[in-house]
Design a protein around this ligand. Structure first.
Ligand SMILES: Nc1ncnc2c1ncn2[C@@H]1O[C@H](COP(=O)(O)OP(=O)(O)OP(=O)(O)O)[C@@H](O)[C@H]1O
Ligand SMILES: [Mg+2]
Length: 234
């Protein structure tokens, strides 16, 4: 079993419709792993299961060596997993600082404090007292990342963090993820930008209709252009 995340033969869905048909994946300590696939293939559904937001129907999820099937989401989060959710999900009417502190988990000597988040994203300090709704898309994404970091996680999951952002904002987010990787965090990255994923992640999984249809290294993925065409529509 890996130390960080292990998903085994997972099945889940919504009401009568099954979405996940047995995908397995793992993330090791300090590793950046990508999860790819076209729209509607089940990526966010798999993340919801890991975070305890959707019940698992079959299979197993192990997080930091705990079998977390059936655990409530707050207990899972406390193990040290932070999610940057699809669509950012910031508290729009709270100001930036209130957003950062809303779910913060800080202990004496912990790495992430409001100050270290402001150091990573200086613009958030400038905007600290502004309602989050007044931020640009890129700034809102920084806020979503900062909020996840303030839970002081060991594993970070990014669900399409660069989606819908202008090129400059997108680059800033990639730069931030690179720094978090260098800081030793384990990262599961869902995104559709193949070039950046090839550079940042060491291993990749492709999800198609709720199944892992391919997994392998960056070199193997880069060498097989048919793969990206077939399963990612690139
Ligand atoms: N709350 C829900 N209720 C019912 N069906 C849902 C719900 N959320 C997602 N689905 C369905 O489950 C399937 C997988 O959706 P999911 O959001 O996991 O895909 P995804 O791979 O994250 O796609 P995208 O790249 O667009 O984010 C889709 O067919 C979707 O319509
Ligand atoms: Mg999704």
């Amino acid at each position: 079993m890996t130390d960080v995340l292990e998903v085994k033969a997972l099945e889940a869905g919504y009401g009568p419709s099954q979405v996940l048909f047995g995908p397995s994946l793992s993330v090791e300590a300090g590793e950046v792993v990508s999860l790819m696939g076209r729209n509607g293939m089940g990526k966010s559904t798999l993340i919801r299961c890991i975070m305890g937001l959707l019940p698992v129907r079959a299979g197993e999820i192990h997080l930091f060596r705990n079998r977390i099937n059936g655990w409530p989401s707050n207990r899972i989060a406390r193990l040290g997993v932070g999610l940057i959710p699809e669509g950012r999900q910031i508290f729009r009417l709270l100001n930036v600082e209130e957003n950062l502190l809303a779910t913060a988990r800080m202990s004496p000597g912990c790495k992430w404090t409001p100050d270290s988040v402001y150091e990573l994203f200086p613009i958030l300090q400038e905007r600290a007292l502004q309602p989050a709704i007044t931020l640009s898309g890129g700034e809102q994404q920084m806020l979503s990342i900062g909020r996840a970091l303030l839970t002081n996680p060991s594993l970070l999951i990014f669900d399409e963090a660069t989606e819908g952002l202008a090129p400059l904002a997108r680059r800033q987010i990639w730069e931030c993820i690179k720094r978090l990787k260098q800081a030793g965090l384990s990262i599961l990255l869902i995104d559709k930008n193949l070039a950046e994923l090839l550079e940042l992640a060491s291993r990749h999984y492709i999800l198609d209709k709720g199944e892992v249809v391919w997994s392998g290294s960056s070199a193997a993925l880069a060498a097989d252009s048919a793969l990206a065409q077939t399963y990612l529509g690139l």
